[in-house]
Design a protein around this ligand. Structure first.
Ligand code: ZN
Length: 236
C-alpha cells in the first residue's frame, strides 16, 4: 500500500502531481493543533513524498464557503477561499480535510489546475460548478476537456444529517436514515454539479474511500480532535 492515496486517472497524467495524505503521515491540520511544529514537519514530508518543494505549498483557507481564488505564485495561506486555481508549476495547491471532499479539476490543454474543499455548505453553494467556472474564466478552460477527481470523504451511507437538509438538497442525493435522519451523498451531489457544468461523465473519477469507515484517514465525525488529512495538487 502506498503511504498516500491518489486517483488513478489523475495519477497517470504526465503534467500534474497529486495525492491525499493518510493517518500514519500524521495530522496536517494547523487549526487547534497541539503541536504546530509537528504539523509543519508532517506537511514538509508529505510535500517531499510527492516531489514538491515545501516552500511552494499554498494553503486554501477552507472557510466552508464557495469562493475560488487564483494564485500566480506560492502564498503560505489564502484565507476566505475554499478553492484555488493556478497555471503555475511553482505553486502547489494544498488543503486539509476531515470528512469534507477534495475536488481536483485539471485542464491538460491549458495546463491549469484547481483544488477545492467541498463540505455540505460548499456543495450547497455549488463549489464544483464554481471551480469549473474559475478555470474557464482565468484560463479559458473548456469543461468537456477537464479531468476531475473527487478524493476521500464521508460517504453517502455514513453522512447523517438532519431533516432540514431536505430543503437544501434534492432527493437524488438524500436517502432516509434512522428516525428522522437523512443520509447525504456529497460525491453524487458534486458529480452532478460537474456534469451540469459540462464535464464528461467518463472524465469524473471518485476515489470511493470513506473517511468515517477507515482509520487510515482522519474523520471529524469519528474523532473531533482537529486532526486532518491533506490534499496536494500541483502542475509540473
Ligand atoms: Zn462511509
Amino acid at each position: 500500500m502506498p503511504i498516500f492515496l491518489s486517483i488513478p486517472p489523475l495519477a497517470a497524467e504526465r503534467y500534474i502531481v497529486h495525492g491525499f495524505s493518510t493517518a500514519p503521515m500524521g495530522s496536517m491540520g494547523m487549526t487547534n493543533a497541539a503541536d504546530p511544529e509537528q504539523v509543519t514537519e508532517n506537511r514538509r514530508k508529505f510535500a517531499g513524498s510527492l516531489g514538491v518543494k515545501p516552500e511552494s505549498l499554498t494553503v486554501i483557507g477552507a472557510v466552508h464557503g464557495s469562493e475560488i481564488g487564483r494564485v500566480d505564485r506560492p502564498v503560505s495561506l489564502v484565507k476566505d477561499v475554499d478553492g484555488l486555481v493556478t497555471d503555475r508549476p511553482e505553486v502547489t495547491l494544498f488543503a486539509t480535510f476531515a470528512d469534507c471532499y477534495p475536488l481536483i479539476a485539471y485542464d491538460p490543454l491549458n495546463r491549469a489546475l484547481g483544488l477545492a474543499h467541498a463540505g455540505w455548505r460548499g456543495t450547497e453553494a455549488e463549489i464544483a460548478k464554481k471551480l469549473v467556472a474559475a478555470l474557464k474564466r482565468e484560463y479559458g478552460s473548456v469543461a468537456a476537456e477537464l479531468r476531475v477527481g473527487i478524493g476521500p470523504g464521508i460517504c453517502g451511507d455514513c453522512y447523517e444529517v438532519g431533516p432540514e437538509f431536505a430543503g437544501r438538497f434534492g432527493p437524488e442525493v438524500l436517502k432516509p436514515g434512522e428516525g428522522d435522519r437523512l443520509l447525504l451523498d456529497l460525491v453524487e451531489a458534486n458529480r452532478r454539479q460537474f456534469l451540469a457544468a459540462g464535464v464528461l461523465p467518463r472524465r469524473i473519477r471518485a476515489l470511493d474511500f470513506c473517511t468515517f469507515e477507515s482509520d487510515r484517514l482522519f474523520s471529524h465525525r469519528r474523532q473531533a480532535d482537529g486532526t486532518r488529512f491533506a490534499a496536494i495538487a500541483a502542475l509540473r
